[in-house]
Design a protein. Structure first.
Length: 297
């Protein structure tokens, strides 16, 4: 009896590994990266970044500095939506800008019903674009704990323009310094790619869609055609929800980045646990059975 159970368990594990290796979009190869920008003399469209920020004093200086250092040939503006911070976030952002008018700080309004806090801040940023930069073709949704490489925006736009994409997104490098980060962050990234094989996401003939919230370049016209950010206003996993909203209107692309970095520290196990429970576990619809199936191999 015990021998039969062991053989059965081993057979199921083998079948799972065969499926993951050969029939899950080769997610484990981690080979989806942006190429260097090349628009072959075409004009660079105007872009506006929308960055929600709530009590991000530890990371906001580096994030803002990376945006202001972008080597982008078109017009670029950064809208920082101060989501009622109680720390020095807006002051530190203004200090990092040092008078550079490319940064505009917007004071967020109280959260209405039926909205998540981040998406309400995003909505206010999008509304401000209509007034401040109505001709912008793209909006870059980003977080206040992300440091973008100087070529990041240029490469994102070149990818979108050359392949007529409605969204280009990169999963940035998560910090991996503390013992808990080194133990668990690679597994988290692996798990995300297993749930959303990037090659399948990038295949317009497949329905699967996903994005990485720290870096998402979106065509504003297509977003409006899809019904606007209001369509996903109550979604916790807003990046994947946004990709799913947009993909019926055109191709999306999701890849990895070695150059754009998360400044967020996860020094304690509880920090990583909180991140996982509000992201990966939500993707499994809080199903313990789905979680067991995902990690069983």
């Amino acid at each position: 009896m015990i021998e039969s159970l062991a053989i059965g368990a081993a057979s199921l594990s083998l079948a799972a590994w065969i499926y993951l290796i050969f029939f899950r979009g080769a997610f484990w190869r981690s080979d989806q990266f942006l190429a260097a920008a090349n628009l072959a003399g075409r004009p660079w469209p105007e872009v506006v970044a929308v960055m929600p920020a709530r009590n991000e004093a530890d990371t906001i200086t580096g994030a803002v500095a990376s945006h202001l250092a972008q080597d982008y040939r078109g017009r670029y503006r950064i809208l920082l939506v101060n989501d009622q911070s109680t720390d020095a976030t807006p002051a530190l952002a203004a200090q990092a800008a040092d008078g550079n008018r490319a940064l505009c700080i917007i004071e967020g309004r109280p959260l209405p019903e039926d909205w998540t806090g981040k998406l309400w801040a995003v909505k206010q940023g999008l509304d401000a674009i209509e007034e401040l930069s109505p001709d912008a073709k793209y909006v870059l949704f980003t977080d206040a704990d992300i440091s973008h490489s100087a070529n990041a925006l240029r490469d994102l736009v070149a990818k979108a323009e050359s392949q007529n994409l409605v969204m280009v997104s990169q999963m940035v490098m998560l910090r991996c310094r503390s013992i808990w980060e080194q133990l668990l962050i690679p597994a988290f990234v692996y798990f995300f790619q297993m749930l959303y094989p990037f090659r399948w996401v990038n295949d317009q003939n497949r329905k699967i869609a996903a994005g990485a919230g720290g870096c998402m370049l979106v065509n504003r016209e297509i977003l409006a055609k899809a019904g606007g950010i209001e369509q996903i206003r109550d979604r916790v996993i807003d990046d994947c929800a946004l990709a799913q909203l947009l993909k019926p209107f055109g191709p999306v692309w999701l890849g990895l980045s070695h150059e754009c970095l998360s400044l967020r520290a996860y020094d304690r196990l509880s920090d990583i646990w909180a991140m996982v429970t509000r992201t990966a576990f939500v993707q499994l619809s809080h199903s313990v059975l789905a979680l067991v199936a995902a990690i069983a191999p």
